[in-house]
Write a protein of this length. Structure first.
Length: 513
């Protein structure tokens, strides 16, 4: 009876015919399990069973037995052959790297020294990421990447410049053996990955501050410097860019000769761009460089400067509309990134500005600056106090009415948008047209004789810009002591003659009614 195990075999036997002399001992021997001709002692004694220990699994062992009594030894029994139970093979040996490139590596190994008593049917190679970039790419668990009969394999889809751990195991019909001791696999370095797009750090009307993170993987070599490219938004010149495309990235054809590239140290991941246009989109992208070369560009980032108040309105013209009105016109200014929504018009009589300036001069302020000096009009509080706001609205035209005839006025215009109010335009000077003189003063009439009335008056207080050249005297008959108002019907009056002083013939008095 035979009972095989993985590393031992137990045999039993019966007492043979002793031929008249009792058996005094038994001798059990075995071969090496590999078909050799030499046998070694397994057991010697009176027992009817024995166990052969220290065998290798999966080998076919042959056993022979003889009995001995006082008369001598029997002949060897016929060979009894049995096989130890198979076990999984031991670990393959000699795992090594044949070649390592940027994205692949070739490994090889040798068969296990102990097959476990069975034929190795398949090998399995497992890989584990060790570098942070590799872990991000494939996770941190062991992954099976090869199964086959070959004693070599090529691993693909590696990240450049990363360290991995590799191990191999073998399997037979008895199952999988243990993995070998892991080895490090280092892929060849490459240029850095593309960084994420730059992001806004600070924005002003003519300034943008940007920053960016290092690339997710430097390719296995230190980043030595970055290149930042800046381009102002411009219309498509190639004819193939959609509106949606231009909202996210520039026309590549328009970049030629217009974009600016800056080289920045690898320790610096921020930049300040000045002298930009307000309220204007700009595009930014960045690439990382190492000793192996330049990495890919990041995606474009679209950043916009803040708007600022508009420029001064241009083309301000003031035109008199007769003696009591002035039309002011102007052209819209540059809104600097925001639409102009409101215009402000201020007006001041020149006489008011002259008085304010004379008061300052009497106090020794401002030296010889005149009342119409542009710098004084813009920057002096006394000048600002002389102006009155006469218009606020969206139009580029305003008519000032109820002005005085033959008077000089100063107008200025400012524009406003969402960012604020811009500077005042250059002041424009205009004179209203002349008008008829004001009424004469102190009119008096007295009889200078029975047929004469002497009428006298003083010149008007204002001539409204034109010297008085004549007077018109009108007379009407009326009752004594009754006044005929000037608004009476013209037929009541008769024109006498235009003169400074004139003596009219006396007229009979009307009796009182």
């Amino acid at each position: 009876m035979i009972s095989p195990c993985q590393t031992s075999i137990t045999l039993q036997w019966r007492i043979p015919h002793d031929n008249g002399s009792p058996v005094t001992s038994y001798r059990l021997e075995r071969d090496d399990g590999r078909g050799g001709s030499e046998f070694s002692l397994v057991y010697a004694g009176m027992g009817l069973s024995a166990t052969a220990h220290g065998l290798q699994s999966g080998l076919r062992y042959s056993f022979r037995l003889l009995a001995e009594n006082d008369e001598g030894k029997s002949m060897w029994s016929s060979l009894t052959t049995t096989t130890t139970a198979a076990v999984p093979p031991s670990s393959p040996v000699g795992l090594a790297i044949v070649e390592a490139k940027q994205t692949l590596a070739t490994l090889r190994w040798r068969e296990p020294e102990d097959s476990g008593g069975g034929r190795v049917a398949v090998y399995e190679v497992a890989l584990q990421a060790k570098s942070a970039a590799a872990v991000e790419h494939m996770g941190g668990e062991w992954l099976s990447i090869f199964q086959g009969e070959a004693l070599a394999c090529t691993i693909s889809s590696l990240r450049p410049g990363c360290t991995y751990r590799a191990r191999v195991r073998a399997a037979s019909a008895a199952g999988w053996g243990l993995f070998s001791v892991p080895i490090d696999v280092v892929s060849a370095p490459d240029v850095p990955d593309a960084p994420e797009p730059p992001r806004l750090q600070e924005a002003e009307a003519r300034f943008l501050g940007v920053e960016w993170d290092p690339p997710g993987h430097n390719g296995g070599a230190k980043v030595s410097f970055y290149t930042l490219e800046v381009a102002q938004w411009s219309p498509c010149v190639c004819g193939g860019c959609s509106h949606a495309h231009l909202a996210e990235q520039p026309c590549e054809a328009a970049l030629e000769g217009t974009s600016v590239q800056m080289k920045l140290s690898g320790d610096v991941r921020m930049a300040e761009i000045r002298d930009l246009l307000p309220g204007t989109p700009y595009f930014f992208r960045v690439s990382a460089h190492s000793q192996l070369g330049a990495g890919a560009w990041s995606d474009w980032a679209r950043l916009v400067t803040l708007a600022e108040p508009p420029d001064r309105p241009g083309g301000v013209v003031a035109t008199p509309l007769g003696s009591c009105a002035v039309a002011v016109r102007w052209t819209p200014p540059n809104g600097h990134g925001a639409a102009v929504t409101t215009y402000y018009v201020e007006m001041s009589p020149i006489s008011r500005l002259i008085v304010a300036r004379q008061q300052q001069q009497q106090q020794g302020i401002g030296g010889g600056v005149t009342a119409l000096d542009e710098a004084w009009l813009r920057g002096d509080d006394a000048a600002a106090a002389c102006f009155d706001q006469v218009y606020r609205g969206p139009d580029c035209r305003y008519e000032a009415r109820e002005l005085l005839p033959a008077c000089e006025y100063v107008f200025r215009v400012a524009a406003a948008n969402a960012a604020g109010v811009g500077e005042w335009s250059a002041a424009v000077r205009v004179r209203t047209c002349s008008a008829a003189p004001g009424p004469v003063n102190r009119v008096s009439a007295s009889a200078s004789g029975p047929e004469e009335i002497e009428v006298s008056w003083e010149p008007p207080s204002v001539d409204n810009g034109s010297m008085v050249c004549s007077y018109v005297v009108e007379m009407a008959l009326g009752a004594l002591g009754r006044r005929i108002p000037p608004s009476s019907a013209p037929s009541t009056w008769s024109q006498v003659r235009a003169a400074v002083q004139w003596v009219l013939p006396a007229l009979p008095l009307l009796s009182p009614s």
